[in-house]
Write a protein that binds this ligand. Structure first.
Ligand SMILES: N[C@@H]1[C@@H](O)[C@H](O)[C@@H](COP(=O)(O)O)O[C@@H]1O
Length: 259
């Protein structure tokens, strides 16, 4: 696990956007796994800017989002489909037919989960999976106690996650307590994973993920088993790491070797 500690959220976003840009430069029809929440917003803004400057094109790119609320229609303002349209897809030259988000209104949600897995496989798997990190260590909507080998499925949200995400819903608005999420086993099949975390509130989950035991109590800790993970965090999210000096030393050595 490569740990990149940067001064602030903007630097994290620029690093992540560059990783995505490099992946698309390697393969114009890359398959990207995308995340929602507030953390990736700055990264998406960076990608939009780079497309606008003609430095990057999503013309042949395909995307699969990690999750969606069960019970929200795609056109609901708080659906993750709307989130992605608003914060990325509507502003870049991607073919909307190539963007996939689980169907929150599927008549048969179990079948929709199986179909999602088949669609990812039919695309050849995910080249680069972008992740955020829940305060309780969840990735996607894989909450603590999730099977570390799980596939795309319906998941019940914890009260902590519902509380954390309530900020996106009006007080009198229905807020789903169920989701469809890529499973941890699904996420681990991505060829490359970049996890972003910023802010003091994520420091405990970051420490458990990187330095704690591999446990379903912190689903993100399973990333210790993946061969190609980059964790990109700001100083605030890094503050509980016991070996942060070592991580920074490794990165300085890597940069020296690349000169
Ligand atoms: N399903 C999403 C996750 O994919 C995201 O990582 C998490 C953290 O969001 P934020 O980046 O806003 O802290 O929120 C939701 O639970």
């Amino acid at each position: 696990m490569k740990v990149i500690i940067l001064p602030d959220a903007q630097a994290v976003a620029e690093y992540a956007a560059t990783q995505i840009q490099q992946q698309i430069a390697r393969r114009a029809d890359s398959v990207l796994g995308l995340a929602t929440g507030s953390t990736p917003l700055h990264t998406y803004a960076q990608l939009i800017e780079r497309v606008r400057r003609g430095k990057l094109s999503f013309r042949a790119v395909r995307t699969f989002n990690l999750d969606e609320y069960l019970g929200l229609a795609a056109d609901h303002p708080q659906s993750y489909r709307s989130f992605m349209d608003q914060h990325l897809f509507s502003h870049i030259d991607i073919n909307r037919e190539n963007t996939y988000v689980p169907d929150g209104m599927a008549t048969d949600p179990q079948q929709a989960c199986a179909d999602y897995e088949l669609a990812i496989r039919a695309a050849g798997g995910i080249d680069l999976q972008l992740l955020g990190l829940g305060r309780n260590g969840h990735i996607g909507f894989n909450e603590p106690s999730s099977s570390l080998g799980s596939r795309t499925r319906i998941k019940t949200l914890t009260s902590a996650t519902i509380a954390d995400n309530a900020r996106f819903f009006h007080a009198d608005e229905f807020q789903p307590h169920l989701s469809i999420t890529m499973g941890i086993g699904t996420i681990l099949e991505a060829r490359q994973i970049t996890l972003l975390a910023t802010g003091e509130s994520k420091a405990p989950a970051v420490q458990a993920m990187i330095e704690g035991a591999i446990s379903a109590a912190c689903p993100a800790s399973i990333l210790q088993m993946h061969p190609n993970v980059t964790v990109v965090i700001d100083e605030a999210a890094a503050q509980q790491l016991k070996m942060r000096d070592f991580y920074q030393h490794i990165e300085q050595e890597n940069q020296r070797l690349q000169r």
